[in-house]
Design a protein around this ligand. Sequence first.
Ligand code: ADP
Length: 205
Amino acid sequence: EVVAEEKEVVAEKKEVVAEKKLNIIAEAKNDKVKVIAENITTLKVDAIVNAANKSLLGGGGVDGAIHRAAGRGLLAECRTLGGCKTGEAKITKAYNIKTVKAVIHTVGPIVYEEVTEELEEDLYNCYKNSLIVAAENNLRSIAFPSISTGIYGYPKEEAAITATKAVKEFLQDEEQSKKIDEVIFCVFGKEDEEIYSDLLPKVFG
Ligand code: ADP
């Protein structure tokens, strides 16, 4: 019995450590929206969003990290999907990422020179369509990386404004909002940490 108790204590301690590790940078008053600075593949949520490319066959950045963590099963399923258009979203299982039920793949716009209205709309649709796919599949918590702001060149601040706007407007829809408990902006790097922690209270209170 003592051994069992000890094991329990160890398990509890581990849990506490795991919780502590979660680096929550900001939290909205509505309790649904958070900014967390982590590797997205380590989060415990129903769905993580992948900033994929149109082929859905893997790439660098967060896409590479998700494919590495999920393993070859993910690539095999992605091969069956026939790619994805910019602004749209497709769902797969999460394979070896055991803390997550699904991966939602979306394709952000590529910015070559400046952000046009069309590119902004594409980015907005990435967030909106990913949330729609999550809601449709009964995935109640979802984590987003900063779509398009790496290799795809979208300016980080502008991207954060559009990302938060899309989430806010989705959650303003009462029917949709009921289906989502938690939206995490998963930031990776000091610049986005600052941008999102400034922006969150302004957008969500
Ligand atoms: P894109 O091609 O859409 O620009 P990237 O993967 O190059 O996608 O970058 C998107 C964002 O994802 C960047 O802010 C980058 O810092 C971030 N990122 C890279 N790896 C991870 C990761 N493991 N977890 C969360 N975010 C990540």
